[in-house]
Write a protein that binds this ligand. Sequence first.
Ligand code: DON
Length: 305
Amino acid sequence: MDIQRIIDAITAEMTAAQHRGKAADYIPALARVDPAQFGIAVVMADGRVFTAGDARTCFSIQSISKVFALSMALGKVGADLWTRVGREPSGSAFNSVVQLEHEGGIPRNPFINAGAIVVSDVVLGGGEPRETIGDILRFLRYLADDDEVQIDQEVASSEAETGFRNIALANYMKSFGNMHNVESALKVYFHQCALSMTCLQLAMAGRYLVHDGKHPGTGRQVVTAIRARRINALMLTCGHYDGSGEFAFRVGIPGKSGVGGGIIAIVPGEASIAVWSPGLNDRGNSLLGSLALERLSEATGWSVF
Ligand code: DON
């Protein structure tokens, strides 16, 4: 299979596309990104790397960070995490508050904002936000095999300044006893969302989910094999919020999106993929990124079904 030819053709189609969606504008730094960009990186299980378009341009990974934070939280508290966060698709927007009232302040899953904020509280574990943010950054550098991964401080500050909904979600969950340290956990959450990475770095970082939880470079388990499967299952069922069913239907592999326009997608045993195009669809997922992954799964036959 000629992956390079396939992604070159996809990139040509995406670069020429007229309808590109709309970049997130609730964070000023995201609104400024040029919507004409498109990048894709595919890292195969055997280590071969393919890139096309703007695969080496940094973008804000936003909610894609929730996959890595979840992996850290599971490493820290194991299955106890599931007493504080559910594993069901929400069918609601990423920042929705509605289900919490009737569900005891337990978020539906770790990929909606409420769930990710609880995960940040767990990763923090009563420690200092500064150290936890450093741990997350080091974790991503280790996964990506790249010490250049950074946190964009402007985006992190912007998140904090505009994050009224997230602040409300955290305090609301605190009222149910499901948050320990609201302020520090939010600091961690805002910084993890502001991780700035390229498609190539992100596809490299996703390799452990291709290899049953093992970092293929070091041979060490990042998460256990069963956890890797479960993280992939959650990405498939919850990774695109109220667009998760549509993504599973059209693409058929686990994926996690972010409002920066990135998507990470995992084909277990085959490949780790990252795509990026800043314009979003009406569910807050990258419009051309989703389309590109649909084209890629059609051309390669990659699917978990
Ligand atoms: O919580 C927020 O508002 C963002 N920083 C992250 C949200 C996000 O990426 C949602 N994804 N599509």
